[in-house]
Write a protein that binds this ligand. Structure first.
Ligand SMILES: [Zn+2]
Length: 495
């Protein structure tokens, strides 16, 4: 489903100085594992992707923004069984929760892919067949440990006191025939692509971490499972299902026509940015490029890895009961403010702590008292004095505008938002100093000039923060474009 039509019209190109129109920009979130309901962690990644997608669309780029759900594997089958449902019934229900959460957060994905979609299943079959035909797979016996919680094979070295450190469960001992992928053949090539930034991994610490993984020694990995029944069968040996990780990664190409529509595929591939948290780095930075090279496709151009966050200083977990539901935040603050509050707390790309108490505090200081107050008092004065909007000189310097755009492009969302809030503060200060409410009819020209300056300030800022707070942006641009300005209900009512 395309949501592209929704975000257009009145937010026309803001003042971009690098007008490299019609570049394509393909951005993805990880597909979320439906064993879990959407929480603030998923929302964080998805909002960030949406900010980038909106930013690039606003710039005139040709954007494809993909998100979706990962629905196969033993863990999902177990959860469905516990819920007394068939796997497909179970996943259909959870997927709906993701759709609702993204709608509430005003996410403008161009496609929501599900790994149970027939088109994905077909594309994956073709990809696996090609790996086989190219001689990149071989059959062998796997004997070892498997953590169902991680859906990963594990080694004794990775365990803590015999337990999976993430799930605190004993991994299962399994012995079965698997197909293995000849990873070794591609390791040097993938490493070289990362070192030379042809696969551009950001931030720099994460690139370093990936390069470190090569030193640990990476072995061939299994691409199929015989005992996991909820999955996609290997086309050449249907007694096996495709290992869920290997299958899930392929969503990034099945969504854009891999194996079915070469023109569409080449229009978007390679992805410009796979966005993710660091726990899935190895799969994306090493296994995924190697698999692509093995079927003769290009690796992704870029990966951006954001940090983990804690909630009020604690690790987020169901057992601690501190999991934040993004829908609750939207209900309390609205979608724009939730997006703002999520991305302004700490630098994207670093670990950080989400402080719930800061939500209300920042909401009031930045949005209600800052931006909301600026807009409402300016509109009130314009209306009261019956001042029409004339084209005023753009009060924000080109340098400041370029810097903010540059910060967004470089994933420095918190800095961009800080810069924008500085502009809000400056405009409020200017209004206080000029005090147009004190000017009499004799100074009506000056009064009109001051208020027109502020109106122009507001519309310019609104275009700058459009990727973060699209609803407020639209409404401010509409309100202050004039010619007549009316005072409206507060954008961000004080909490
Ligand atoms: Zn585990």
């Amino acid at each position: 489903m395309s949501l592209r039509a929704k975000c257009g019209a009145s937010i026309t190109t803001p003042i971009y100085h690098d007008l490299n129109m019609n570049k394509k920009f393909y951005i993805t979130t990880p597909i979320y594992y439906v064993n879990d309901q959407p929480h603030i962690g998923h929302a964080y990644t998805t909002v960030a992707a949406d900010v980038l997608a909106r930013f690039h669309r606003q710039k005139g780029d040709d954007v494809f923004f993909l998100t979706g759900t990962d629905e196969h594997g033993a863990k999902v089958a177990e959860s469905a069984k516990l819920a007394g449902q068939k796997p497909k019934e179970f996943v259909d229900e959870v997927v709906e929760l993701y759709r609702i959460a993204w709608k509430n957060l005003n996410i403008t994905h161009d496609e929501f892919i599900r790994t149970t979609d027939p088109a994905h299943i077909e594309a994956v079959g073709k990809f696996m067949q090609k790996l086989m035909d190219n001689g990149r797979l071989y059959e062998d016996t796997y004997e070892g440990l498997y953590c169902v919680g991680c859906e990963k094979f594990m080694t004794e070295k990775e365990l803590v006191d015999g337990y999976c450190p993430d799930h605190r469960k004993k991994p299962k001992k399994i012995k079965e025939k698997n197909y293995f992928f000849k990873l070794a053949k591609y390791l040097d090539q993938v490493k070289d692509l990362i070192q030379t930034d042809q696969i551009n991994i950001q931030p720099a610490e994460m690139k370093k971490e990936v390069l470190g993984l090569f030193k640990q020694g990476l072995g061939d990995f299994s691409v199929s499972r015989q005992k996991v029944k909820w999955g996609i069968p290997l086309p050449f040996d249907p007694a096996h299902n495709i290992y869920v990780w290997v299958e899930a990664l392929q969503n990034y190409i099945s969504a854009i026509g891999y194996g079915d529509n070469r023109d569409e595929f080449e229009r978007w591939w390679p992805a410009d940015c796979h966005l993710m948290a660091k726990d899935i780095l190895k799969f994306h930075a090493i296994y995924w490029p190697a698999l692509l090279l093995a079927v003769g496709e290009k690796p992704p151009k870029g990966l951006f890895i954001h940090g983990f966050f804690s909630i009020n200083g604690q690790k987020m977990s169901k057992s601690l009961g501190n999991v934040i539901n993004p829908n609750d935040l939207v209900e309390q603050y609205g979608s724009d403010a939730t997006r703002y509050l999520l991305l302004s707390q700490f630098p994207f790309g670093q670990d950080g702590d989400i402080k719930e108490s800061l939500f209300a505090e920042k909401y009031n200081s930045d949005l209600a008292n800052g931006l909301g107050n600026l807009a409402s008092r300016t509109a009130k004065l314009l209306e009261k004095n019956e001042i029409e909007i004339k084209s005023a000189k753009q009060p924000i310097s080109d340098k400041v505008i370029d810097d903010i755009n540059d910060q967004i492009e470089r994933y420095k969302f918190d800095e961009a938002l800080k810069s924008i809030m500085r502009l809000v503060a400056e405009a409020n200060k200017y209004l206080d100093q000029e005090a147009p409410w004190k000017l009499t009819e004799a100074d009506s020209e000056r009064r009109s000039e001051v208020l027109n300056n502020v109106a122009s300030w507001i519309t310019t800022m609104a275009r700058l923060f459009y990727p973060f707070m699209p609803i407020a942006s639209h409404s401010l641009v509409e309100q202050f474009t004039g010619p007549k300005v009316k005072k409206e209900e507060g954008l961000f009512p004080r909490k």
